[in-house]
Design a protein around this ligand. Sequence first.
Ligand SMILES: [Zn+2]
Ligand SMILES: [Zn+2]
Length: 339
Amino acid sequence: MKAVVLNRISPVEEKPLELMDLPRPVPGRGQILVKVSVCGICHTELDEIEGRVSLSRLPIVLGHEVVGRVESLGQGAGKFKRGDRVGIAWINWACGRCSFCLKGEENLCDSARWTGKDADGGYAQYTVVSEDFAYPIPERFTDVKAAPLLCAGVIGYRALRLSGMEDGKVLGLYGFGASAHIVIQIAKYKYPNSKVFVFTRPGQKEHQDLASKLGADWIGATGDASPQKLNCAIDFTPVGEPVREALKNLEKGGRVVINAIRKATRVPELDYTEHLWHEKEVKSVANVTRRDAQEFLPLAAEIPIVPETQEFKLEEANEALVLLKEGKIRGAGVLRIAE
Ligand SMILES: [Zn+2]
Ligand SMILES: [Zn+2]
């Protein structure tokens, strides 16, 4: 099968992903073989390629926003049948027995495996996954539109839930890429009496236009004072500075949730009085659970979420990821794998 493989850690500008011919994987017990149609690209891939997230092996096939059809079933698998459309997300497997798993926090499981990090992902024509970690895709979505829901959407949904957001509160979104442009649509639907303020890099006009199209109540640059204090803020950016900026704009008792697996730069020093006093909170979002995906996908169809997508061929994965790093993708980037 055709696959784009990461063989070495390097800056993405050096185009380290290589198109290769690999043997088609064989589904093990309880697994399904999925013929991949499309795979979304995610910031986490940049962290993996550039060494900020350590991979359990090299070479590896990246990609954890996988949409495809069940091609065959491993022994004992029976939840899906051949031809069913399924999605695969970042969580690839969890033990189901540890204290975290038993509390429904399988996102924190020490033995969990992650798609495209510990197991080959979706930058390939075929992939295998445990049937318990695959999800039916609501009919409303095409393959391309479904892909960004599987990480950008699911983790955005989790971040919004962890932010403590309620109707009437003011929400701030720092960074407006794949995840934030889905979160604003969830927020506008679930919290109709709330305001959503969007902060982007200065001059990031494409992102600002998209935010305005999706109903942002105010749009500014990271570092600007918001017109009203924020009760909840979600930081989607890959750098440290916006964490402090969000804390500056936060209302007393507010919470900043950081939706990023790694930061490319440090969170700057915080001043206790200015940034944290008055019960302000900072919380990170780590990974996702199956429950997040199972709750979010039907909600996405009900709203319905309209993801903005930019398509690339599998062979263009390096170029697409460079554009992602430069903040030049409007909405979410998706690799088309099957013709
Ligand atoms: Zn992701
Ligand atoms: Zn566990």
